[in-house]
Design a protein around this ligand. Structure first.
Ligand code: GLA
Length: 649
């Protein structure tokens, strides 16, 4: 089957940085790639200074030879436009290309991603290079996908320079039309901030005290949009010159800075970089959530474009992956909808900040454990080719909204700064994942009618339209605390929370009741921490109540029709979920074993270090061992089964 690109089967490979090696090494690279079954390499991500060493003077010869060599060895290219880092000549000639931080300090060259997203000079040169790249390689047979930029917002999410300020004002003018509308939205009557002209507005630089949260929220929106604009400038060039080549940029899992719902609409292929920490025994749960987001963004398969074969080099302590984990984590990405597994990077670097980052071909060469892992994974992926393009069906959706996230995690002036959206998402995702229940992520406005259960862990910022979309859903709905608090301008809804969700939930929030660190608030559904609320019932029924303390006897969890409201952060949400799970597709597995359906396949992934028994729900063939299986099976530590289920499609 052909998945996201025209390469048949699953994709396997990684970032390839040949410019870091003498040309003699390239032949060995290509030979070993072919030996391992590599079929895709991401090339030229940071190559601008080598491709255009002086303005307008291009040196494409080396890249021509690299692409020819790859192609001759059956390796396709995810070709970067090479714009992720401007070259030294550009920043020396135009110092204002470099970004400025919130304290007004212009950052120095010497790392990467050193650009102001709003710089017209940067944009002009980037469009020029992209045009040259697309023109040069439009017909190269290795080219199967364009890779624009790299991990947008990794190092540079925002810039506070005068050019960014101008761009921000332009964005605000388009949003509000006139300055009085902005004054009304930003509530500038507070603390004497009434503006009489857009020209008076600046980005939220470091100020004497808390900055207007509505201004900060618009800044978050603007920063996501400004980087997207930069991406779109390149996309327009590529579309015009190579209309049939799919375009991607690598996302960074669940990233606070960029609204990936908006961004993914601009991509042909969603791709992701995921680096679960091998030292964290729970990391496979959080990464599964981010994979499910990637699949949900365009509701189609996606691509794990970067992962680590073993250790990374950017944590304080970089623990390697023990034997079996690289393979297991790779299979996990496929289970959650990826059409391939790619790594950072092909050959381990000899110099630079990533010289201790693992690679498919380690410093020690083909004698290493790492290389054996690479060969084995290549063999496994060849057995799994039929998975390419297969879709996932989920009956449960978790709602995630970036604007609400930005509001919730405003840097200052909130009832508690302990509410973190990722924690709230995981609190609901974890027990579903443990039960082998497939989960999609969804933006609040999406048609939810195909789902049986929808969970809104938090919707601090909730518009009337979003509330209407939730009210239109007629399955089981669970809404978490501190939802329906503010509107799109971060202004508290009339009458307070839950604002436009009042009729749906049938309650009023009288007062937020954040809990100090270390304080537990008991409820009849189990202990809660971090957050509670003093709520009043309107026409909802109490399902659980607070026990002890000032809230004793008051409702903690309520229900109106099919809608459950949970006003606190329970240590374990199972008591709320369990009654709603009856009839949902799931697979019973022991703790630490992950069960994931994809198309007509069932993945069973043993994340533990002990043998585990699983009863197969249906007989089938394990594609990894080509063995027919049924009934009770045993999974070795960190081993997996990919079952083609009999009679299923
Ligand atoms: C990111 C970047 C890569 C590399 C890896 C290292 O994913 O895109 O260039 O730095 O991190 O983990």
């Amino acid at each position: 089957m052909v998945g996201l690109t025209r390469v048949p089967g699953l994709l396997f490979g990684g970032d390839y940085n040949p410019e870091q090696w003498p040309e003699e090494v390239w032949a060995e690279d290509a030979r070993l790639m072919a030996e391992a079954g590599v079929n895709l390499a991401t090339v030229a991500v940071f190559s601008w200074s080598r491709l255009e060493p002086r303005q307008g003077e291009y040196d494409f010869g080396w890249l021509d030879r690299v692409l020819d060599l790859l192609h001759a060895h059956g390796v396709a290219a995810d070709l970067a436009t090479a714009t992720a880092t401007p070259p030294p000549w550009l920043v020396r000639e135009h110092p204002d290309v470099m970004p400025v931080n919130a304290d007004g300090v212009r950052l120095e060259f010497g790392s990467r991603q050193g650009y102001c997203p709003s710089s017209p000079v940067f944009r002009e040169h980037l469009v020029r290079l992209t045009t040259a790249m697309a023109t040069r390689y439009r017909n190269h047979p290795a080219l199967v996908m364009w890779h624009i930029g790299n991990e947008y917002a990794d190092h540079t999410l925002e810039c506070f320079c005068p050019e960014s300020a101008r761009h921000f004002r332009e964005w605000l003018t388009a949003r509000y039309g006139d300055v009085d509308a902005l004054n009304a939205a930003w509530g500038t009557s507070c603390w004497g901030q009434h503006y009489t002209a857009f020209a008076q507005i600046e980005p939220p630089r470091t100020a004497p005290g808390p900055v207007n949260p509505a201004q900060v929220l618009d800044w978050r929106r603007f920063c996501s949009d400004a980087l997207l604009e930069l991406f779109l400038a390149e996309k327009a060039v590529l579309r015009a010159i190579t209309p049939f080549v799919p375009i991607t940029t690598n996302f960074m899992s669940i990233l606070h800075g960029l609204d990936y719902w908006k961004w993914s609409a601009a991509l042909d292929v969603v791709s992701d970089d995921a680096y679960p920490d091998p030292a964290d025994p729970e990391s496979h749960v959080a990464v599964a959530l981010s994979y499910d987001l990637m699949r949900s963004l365009k509701q189609q398969p996606w691509l794990l474009l970067e992962s680590a074969p073993s250790a990374v080099s950017w944590r304080e302590v970089n623990v390697p992956k023990p034997p079996g984990m690289m393979r297991l984590h790779s299979l996990q990405a496929l289970a959650h909808g990826s059409d391939g597994v790619l790594f950072f990077q092909w050959r381990q670097a000899k110099y630079g900040p990533e010289k201790f980052h693992s690679a498919l071909l380690p410093h020690g060469g083909t004698a290493t454990r790492g290389w054996q892992d690479t060969l084995r994974l290549g063999q496994d992926l060849r057995k799994l080719g039929e998975l390419a393009g297969a879709e996932t069906k989920a009956q449960v959706a978790i709602v995630l909204d970036w604007e609400s996230w930005w509001g919730l995690e405003a840097p200052e002036s909130m009832p508690s700064n302990r509410l973190k959206l990722k924690d709230l998402l995981l609190a609901w995702y974890r027990p579903l994942h443990a039960r082998g229940v497939a989960v999609d992520l969804a933006p609040p406005g999406r048609d939810l009618s195909g789902y049986r259960l929808v969970i809104v862990p938090n919707l601090y910022l909730c518009t009337d339209e979003q509330a209407e979309a939730l009210a239109a859903f007629d399955g089981e709905l669970i809404v978490g605390p501190f939802s329906g608090v503010v509107d799109a301008a971060d202004q508290v809804h009339e009458g307070g929370a839950p604002g436009p969700l009042r009729d749906l939930l049938g309650i009023e929030v009288d007062e937020f009741w954040p809990l100090q660190d270390g304080v537990t608030q008991d409820t009849t559904a189990g202990p809660a921490r971090t957050w509670a609320e003093w709520i009043r019932l309107v026409d909802a029924e109490p399902v659980a109540s607070y026990e002890g303390g000032e809230l004793h006897g008051r409702p903690a969890i309520t229900r109106k029709g099919n809608v459950t409201y949970v006003s606190c952060l329970l240590d374990d949400v199972t008591p709320v979920l369990a009654p709603l799970l009856g009839g949902l597709d799931h697979v019973d597995v022991p703790e630490g074993v992950e069960a994931v359906r994809r198309g007509g396949h069932l993945f069973l992934l043993n994340h533990t270090t002990t043998r585990q028994q699983v009863t197969l729900p249906r007989p089938g063939t394990d594609l990894l061992t080509d063995t027919a299986l049924h009934g009770d099976i045993e999974l070795a530590p960190r081993d997996a089964v990919v079952l083609r289920i009999e009679g299923d499609k």
